[in-house]
Design a protein. Structure first.
Ligand SMILES: CC(C)(COP(=O)(O)OP(=O)(O)OC[C@H]1O[C@@H](n2cnc3c(N)ncnc32)[C@H](O)[C@@H]1OP(=O)(O)O)[C@@H](O)C(=O)NCCC(=O)NCCS
Length: 180
C-alpha cells in the first residue's frame, strides 16, 4: 500500500480501519495494540479521545493518530509560575495529556507528527483553557521521541526520578505560548 498524497485529521469513527498502521520497531507494538483494541471504545466512553489521519471518507485506513485525555503534572519545585506566585505552593497542576501519538513509518518526516501535536495544543487553548483551568500539555516520551518533543518546545520534567524513567514526562506551558 503506497502512502496517500493527502490526509485529513478527524475524530476516530466506528468504521475506521485500525489494522493498517505500520510503526516499525517492536517497542511501538503497544501503540498499534491500543489503536486496534481500545481507541474506539475509549473514545465512545469518554475515557480518552482519539483523532486520526485518514485519506478520506471512503478510504479510512489510519496512517497516524493522537489520543488526548485530562491529566495533571506533579511539578513539585521543579518549575515555578512567575505569573501566579500563590499557585506555587501546590505540587500538582492541571494538564491535557498526549496519551498516545504515532505516525506510520512510511510517512514520517512530512510534518504529520508536528501537526498532531499542534492540533492538541489548539484544542487545549481554544476549547478547554477558556472554560476550565488547564495550564500544561504533557506527554510520556519514548527515548527516540525526546528530540521531537523538544523541537516543539517541550521541557523534560527536571527530577532525577523522571530522567531515569523509561518514558520521561515532558511538558509545555500552554499559558506562555504566543497566540497564532
Ligand atoms: C515521533 C513521531 C510521532 C514523529 O512523527 P513525524 O511525522 O515523523 O514527525 P514530523 O515530520 O512532524 O517531525 C517534526 C520535526 O521533528 C523531527 N523529528 C521527527 N521525529 C524525530 C525523532 N524521533 N528524533 C528527532 N527529531 C525528530 C523532524 O525531523 C522534524 O524536524 P523539522 O521540522 O526540522 O523537519 C513518529 O516518529 C512516531 O510515530 N514514532 C514512533 C512512536 C513514538 O515515538 N511516539 C511518540 C512518543 S510516545
Amino acid at each position: 500500500m503506497s502512502p496517500p498524497e493527502q490526509l485529513i485529521l478527524r475524530e476516530i469513527q466506528a468504521g475506521d480501519r485500525v489494522t493498517g498502521l505500520s510503526l516499525g520497531d517492536k517497542e511501538t507494538t503497544p501503540l498499534k495494540t491500543f489503536l486496534r483494541k481500545c481507541a474506539k471504545d475509549f473514545h465512545q466512553a469518554n475515557v480518552a479521545r482519539t483523532y486520526v489521519l485518514v485519506p478520506d471518507d471512503e478510504d479510512t485506513t489510519i496512517w497516524g493518530y493522537i489520543t488526548l485525555m485530562c491529566s495533571e503534572i506533579k511539578l513539585g519545585n521543579t518549575h515555578t509560575l512567575d505569573d501566579c506566585k500563590a499557585a506555587n505552593r501546590y505540587n500538582d497542576f492541571p494538564a491535557v495529556k498526549i496519551a498516545r501519538l504515532a505516525v506510520d513509518h512510511r510517512i514520517r518526516g512530512r510534518g504529520y507528527g508536528d501537526a498532531l501535536v499542534q492540533f492538541a495544543i489548539s484544542i487545549a487553548r481554544q476549547d478547554i483553557m477558556p472554560r476550565i483551568g488547564c495550564r500544561f500539555l504533557v506527554a510520556e516520551s519514548k527515548a527516540g521521541a525526546l528530540s521531537f518533543y523538544k523541537r516543539i518546545g517541550f521541557t523534560i520534567l527536571n527530577t532525577e526520578n523522571n530522567k531515569e524513567r523509561r518514558l520521561p514526562v515532558v511538558f509545555i506551558d500552554l499559558h506562555k505560548l504566543r497566540s497564532n
